[in-house]
Design a binder for this molecule. Structure first.
Ligand SMILES: NC(=O)c1ccc[n+]([C@@H]2O[C@H](COP(=O)([O-])OP(=O)(O)OC[C@H]3O[C@@H](n4cnc5c(N)ncnc54)[C@H](OP(=O)(O)O)[C@@H]3O)[C@@H](O)[C@H]2O)c1
Length: 275
């Protein structure tokens, strides 16, 4: 069972989950079933991924065959490209809940879309949904320190989680320090740099020295930073491999060598650029 991290709302979050972006709908049930069989207990989904109905079907089958729903953490995110009104938030939330056929444990704002200037209003609606008991934990994704300061300053409610791009090229040390100061869990998306960071010779050397794969070395690095992460794979053997990271530990020298890989390069969009 993956270890958990405490959330500021008193709940906990599995440190290691799995992601579902770009998992085709017709493969999703198989992938979710394989991940749950491997031992994952956090499913990172979103309205935008277009596969929530299939995630829900896989969860239902797993619960029917003995898995405790209470042991699972199901995540979804408000996309908000068309509208950021309170009604739009509520409509999207209800649609995701209906597609999943299950309560949503962690609901996030997918992108701040700062040029629209509405993320504080969107956040107020998440706070309201949580107060109504509809969502266990509320968080954000792709928020910078500036966005977080505004959110916290104007509402007094701190997100439990900020899901951001992070991998050895983009460790996000400053943002992680801000999160630590405010009790926010950092959850890394594209934690393997969409597989591109696996090619780094330093990562391959460290992995070989520990007798593990490059993916396992990077996942271990994330966990030793104290954060959460959600690597994606559609292959059952990789899902299992990515979870099997407790049998070794990176040394200070390994961590220093990985720190030297920081370039700031992103594999995805900058938070200020998506509108
Ligand atoms: N909040 C956001 O804005 C946002 C943005 C992007 C992603 N996300 C979330 O983060 C999750 C992960 O990010 P991601 O999918 O972009 O990138 P990622 O997890 O860094 O990388 C996924 C890639 O790595 C490969 N891979 C996985 N395990 C491997 C292993 N052990 N050995 C070799 N290759 C391996 C996968 O290939 P195969 O599938 O072929 O195995 C896939 O090509 C997403 O699924 C989504 O849930 C969130």
């Amino acid at each position: 069972m993956p270890s958990t991290l405490p959330l500021l709302d008193g709940r906990t979050l599995p440190a290691l989950g799995f992601g579902l972006y770009k998992v085709p709908a017709d493969e999703t049930q198989r992938v979710v079933a394989a991940a749950l069989d491997a031992g994952y207990r956090l499913v990172d989904g979103a309205e935008f991924y277009g596969n929530e109905r299939e995630v829900g079907e896989a969860l239902r089958r797993a619960v029917d065959t003995g898995l405790e729903r209470a042991d699972l953490t199901v995540t979804s995110k408000f996309w908000g490209e068309q509208s950021q009104s309170a009604d739009a938030v509520r409509t999207s939330f209800v649609a995701s809940e209906a597609a999943l056929g299950s309560p949503i444990d962690v609901y996030m704002i997918h992108w701040p879309r700062p040029a629209r200037g509405q993320y504080v209003d969107v956040w107020r609606e998440l706070v309201a949904l949580q107060a109504e008991g509809r969502i266990r934990s509320i968080g954000v994704s792709n928020f910078t320190e500036e966005h977080l300061r505004r959110l916290i300053g104007e509402t007094g409610v701190t997100p439990a989680v900020n899901q951001v791009e992070s991998h050895p090229w983009l460790p996000q040390h400053e943002l992680r320090a801000f999160h630590a100061e405010h009790g926010i869990v950092t959850q890394a998306w594209s934690p393997l740099g969409r597989s591109r960071v696996l090619e780094e010779p330093t990562i391959q050397r460290i992995a070989a020295a520990h007798g593990v794969s490059p993916a396992q070395a990077i996942i271990r690095w994330h966990l030793q930073l104290g954060g959460a992460l959600i690597p994606k794979s559609t292959h059952p053997h990789r899902l299992a491999e990515n979870l099997d990271v407790d049998g070794f530990s990176l040394s200070d020298d390994d961590l220093a060598a990985i720190a030297a890989l920081e370039t700031g390069e992103r594999t995805g969009t900058h938070p200020d650029d998506r509108q």
